[in-house]
Write a protein that binds this ligand. Structure first.
Ligand SMILES: [Zn+2]
Length: 252
């Protein structure tokens, strides 16, 4: 069985494991070889795939099947599906309809694999789908032992690449979110050569403050552009103003 790359082998292995409610662990993984075996030591199931120089493709050349372990103990919370698997599994659906909501994509994934996955993995899948896409999460520092998300930053790869050809002017502002999550959505907008405005980056936070605006500005400068002499247009919100007044941040 031949595959175009190692990621394709990993996708098929995960798809098989999810479908059969099994789990595997990686024994060896490098540029020429991938060896996995069942997570249960008593089970003999294992697969070895290698890069075939003859075909310039990946090939499964050793297979000890089937599993003899029970499936009942394996949870169906998407633990087996990593972000790369999710990005490949959902790419086709997103290409067909780019207005698909995360809720719908989550339902599709559940219908396909009968596993539910967390928002963390969806954000990580965005990262995997485009190498320039940036997603960052911040956990609530007051809750220890687990990560309760209190802020999320994201910017899509095509928007970032387009900005490289735009004038160095960014408008930032915030708006209220209503319905279920009453938070603030901060947006960075830019204008292209045709004078058309488009969104560059987003962040969802609890409220506007020096801390949250500071994080947004830091994300923009660290992950979107390292360009100096940027012009930032804003509504003189105190949180933003105090960031620029703070000379230790190096914005001026
Ligand atoms: Zn097994």
């Amino acid at each position: 069985m031949l595959f175009k790359n190692k990621a394709s082998v990993q996708y098929v292995l995960t798809l098989y494991s999810v479908g059969h409610n099994k789990q595997y662990k990686v024994i060896k993984s490098d540029t020429n070889r991938l060896v996995v075996r069942c997570i249960r030591d008593a089970c003999p199931w294992s697969i070895r795939a290698i890069f075939s120089k003859k075909h310039e493709l990946w090939q499964i050349n050793k297979c000890k099947c089937p599993h003899c372990c029970t499936s009942l103990q394996v949870v169906t919370n998407g633990q087996m599906m990593d972000s790369r698997f999710i990005s490949i599994a959902l790419k086709q659906y997103v290409r067909e309809d780019i207005t698909q909501s995360i809720k719908d994509l989550r339902s599709m994934l559940y219908a396909k694999c009968e596993h539910d996955v967390t928002m963390y993995k969806f954000l990580a899948a965005l990262d995997n789908a485009d190498p320039d896409t940036v997603t960052l999460l911040k956990c609530d520092p007051h809750v220890s032992g687990t990560c309760i998300i209190n802020s999320a930053f994201w910017a899509f790869g095509p928007c970032i690449r387009r900005f490289w050809h735009c004038r160095p002017v960014i408008s930032i502002d915030a708006m209220h979110l209503y319905v279920k999550y009453k938070r603030k959505l901060m947006i960075a907008m830019v204008t292209d050569g045709n004078n058309e405005v488009y969104p560059l980056a987003f962040i969802v936070v609890e409220s506007e403050s020096t801390e949250t605006w500071g994080w947004f500005l830091a994300c923009l400068l660290s992950h979107i552009t390292n360009q100096t002499n940027l012009c930032i247009i804003f509504d003189r919100h105190r949180g933003i103003q105090s960031c620029f007044d703070d000379t230790t941040r190096g914005y001026l």
